[in-house]
Structures are given as structure tokens and as C-alpha cells.
Design a binder for this molecule. Structure first.
Ligand SMILES: Nc1ncnc2c1ncn2[C@@H]1O[C@H](COP(=O)(O)OP(=O)(O)O)[C@@H](O)[C@H]1O
Ligand SMILES: [Mg+2]
Length: 329
């Protein structure tokens, strides 16, 4: 059975911690680590007992997170959240959340990002270019999600900065799904070569609309050296690529990530920032979201050095939990 990335890493480090790993046997996506002094800590996927439950839960709510980040002086893209039809009845407004959302789009101006208020992995995140797209795609997003966020579309490169214990562990740029033609392969074959056929939904309207805009289909041959973006979102889980920026991130952005993590009550956090270049200082930026259990798989797969950084991170996290739990017994 294919092992969850975190489980694989834990299997390779527990002996160094003089601990044992006990997995739930069917999926092996979670379990517990027991240290030699009897202290036990559970994990599932990439979530550990490291952040407080309230802060971790709040970080999953993009509206709450944006509110507090802004109140502490961090830059975030202008946004508003709207209830869908399920919640409308609890809100004292004559207009539905969907209709108020449409008015907000007109005030803000397109393009606009629409996303679930508590989504992950880029699912249901769309760039909307017009009221027609809001009426059509927006409706689909409102139908599926109880609270929807509409947000100003900001430009720049997309970075993830991982913070633990007031230090930056690593930083990397994320570039959304992109294909480069070789003059022979079809779009489908290029996706297949990247092992993305099963990972992606080929009927994803974001991908089909992009292909249409280039006048291409899955069966079209992409010309040699022509590069096309297939998604506006930069999530690595949707076929994006990562570039390590740990060595070049400026002190300015290190401090922003460390401070955002601290102010939001977290010890371990992935801070997602869009800006022109993470090497620069005193420049405009926007925090897009914070993640209280950031997955490290895509970064670790960049190479041996990155894998070691991730192993050391998990060791440090586990030893911190051990120390805290031993102390409180
Ligand atoms: N306001 C925005 N402007 C431009 N791009 C955005 C904006 N919000 C999100 N994105 C893009 O969409 C991706 C997914 O959005 P995000 O809010 O991080 O949702 P998720 O939690 O599903 O990852 C981001 O990584 C970024 O590439
Ligand atoms: Mg994200």
C-alpha cells in the first residue's frame, strides 16, 4: 500500500528518537508515536499535537484569519465572506448571500477570486473575469459551500514560508500547473508524463476553459517550447511545481512569516504570501492564507537536502511535544 508521506518520514526517524510508531493498519495515514518515557502523541496526515486547537481551527477559516491578520497590520487582499442558501435564513438580510456577493464584485471590479471560506488544496478556487462568470461559476461554488469568500485578485509570485519555533524552516515558490510542448506530445500525453492524469480532474472547468482560451483540447499537440498555464491557482496538489527559496528569502519576509505565525497563536505554520520576489525587502505583499498543518511532501521531494530539512523538522516537532507532555504529566 502507498504510504502517506508523513508516515514514511516518521518510519525513518522514530528510531533516532528512541520512540515507536504505531499506525492505524488499514490506511496507515495516522497513528501515534510513543517515547521511551511512555509519553504518547497522535498524528493524522500532516497534523500533530503541536498547535493549540483553537488557533489551528481558526486558521482553517479564511475570513477569521484575514480579519485578525489585518487587525495586526499585515497586508491581505480585500475580501468579504457571504453565506450560501443554507445559512441565508439565519441572516437578517432581504437579499441572498449570492446576490450580495454579486454587488460586491461590481464594487470591487474584476478579476476576482472566489473560494470556499474553509477550503484546502485549491479546490473550488476560481478566478472570475466577469459578472457572467460570477453568475455561472459563482453559483456552483455557492451551491457547494456554506460560506464563500470573494477576494480581490492580486498579482505576484506565490510563496510558502514554513515557520516552526520562531524560525523559518524553509521557503519555496509555487508555480501552478504548467506544460511545455515538445512538438510531438498531446496535452494528455504531457500530463501523463507528469503523472497527473489520475491526480487531476480532466473535466475541471478551470482546465477546460484555459484550454479553450488557447484553442486547444486534450488531444492537441503542443508546439515545441511553447509553455502554457493550465490553472490560475498555484497549489502543488494541483500539479504545481516548487522552487526552493530557503537560502534567498529576505529577512523582511522571514520576519513577516514569523510574526504572522506568532500573532495567530501558532507554533508551526505555513504562511502563503504573494509578492513580486521573496528576496526583496520593504515591498508590497499579500498574505493569502496560513496553514496550521502544512504538508511538506512536495518540498521534501525536491532533493536529498530538502528531505533532510523535513526530517529534522519532524524530529524537532516530536521532541518539543515530548518535552511539553513530559513536563505536564
Ligand atoms: N486573492 C488572490 N489573488 C490571486 N490569487 C489567489 C488569491 N487567492 C488565492 N489565489 C490563488 O489560489 C490558490 C489557492 O487559494 P487559497 O486561498 O490558498 O486556497 P486553498 O486553501 O484551497 O489552497 C493560491 O495558492 C493562489 O495561487
Ligand atoms: Mg492555499
Amino acid at each position: 500500500m502507498k504510504l502517506n508521506f508523513v508516515t514514511q518520514i516518521l518510519e525513518s526517524i522514530v528510531h533516532e528518537l528512541d520512540a515507536k510508531l504505531v499506525l492505524e493498519p488499514h490506511f496507515r495515514f495516522g497513528g501515534y508515536i510513543e517515547f521511551n518515557n511512555g509519553v504518547r502523541t497522535y498524528y493524522v496526515e500532516s497534523a500533530f499535537d503541536i498547535n493549540g486547537m483553537g488557533a489551528a481551527r481558526l486558521a482553517r477559516d479564511k475570513g477569521y484569519t484575514n480579519h485578525f491578520l489585518q487587525s495586526f497590520g499585515f497586508s491581505i487582499p480585500e475580501y468579504q465572506t457571504f453565506p450560501n442558501h443554507v445559512l441565508d435564513k439565519y441572516i437578517t438580510s432581504e437579499k441572498s448571500g449570492f446576490d450580495r456577493g454579486r454587488e460586491y464584485c461590481v464594487r470591487l471590479g474584476f478579476p476576482i477570486i472566489i473560494k470556499p471560506n474553509d477550503g484546502t488544496k485549491g479546490s473550488d478556487v476560481y478566478k472570475l473575469n466577469s459578472i457572467e462568470e460570477y453568475n455561472h461559476i459563482g453559483k456552483l461554488v455557492f451551491d457547494k459551500n456554506r460560506v464563500v469568500m470573494l477576494q480581490r485578485f492580486v498579482t505576484g509570485n506565490d510563496y510558502r514560508i514554513v515557520v516552526f519555533n520562531n524560525k523559518v524552516v524553509c521557503a519555496y515558490q509555487r508555480i501552478g500547473l504548467q506544460l511545455v510542448g515538445d512538438g510531438e506530445s498531446t496535452i494528455w500525453q504531457l500530463l501523463n508524463a507528469k503523472k497527473l492524469i489520475e491526480k487531476l480532474n480532466l473535466e475541471d472547468p478551470r482546465i477546460t476553459t484555459k484550454l479553450e482560451s488557447y484553442n486547444l483540447t486534450m488531444d492537441s499537440i503542443l508546439e515545441k517550447d511553447i509553455s502554457i498555464r493550465l490553472l490560475d491557482v498555484n497549489n502543488l496538489s494541483l500539479g504545481g511545481t516548487a522552487i526552493d527559496k530557503s537560502q534567498v528569502i529576505s529577512k523582511y519576509f522571514r520576519d513577516i512569516a514569523i510574526q504572522a505565525t506568532h500573532q495567530m497563536g501558532l507554533d508551526f505554520c505555513g504562511v502563503d504570501i504573494m509578492t513580486q520576489a521573496i528576496e526583496e525587502s520593504d515591498c508590497d505583499y499579500n498574505i493569502i492564507e496560513i496553514n496550521s498543518s502544512p504538508g511538506q511532501g512536495n518540498f521534501a521531494r525536491l532533493g536529498k537536502e530538502q528531505e533532510q530539512i523535513v526530517k529534522d523538522l519532524y524530529k524537532e516537532i516530536l521532541l518539543t511535544i515530548k518535552e511539553r507532555k513530559s513536563y505536564s504529566r
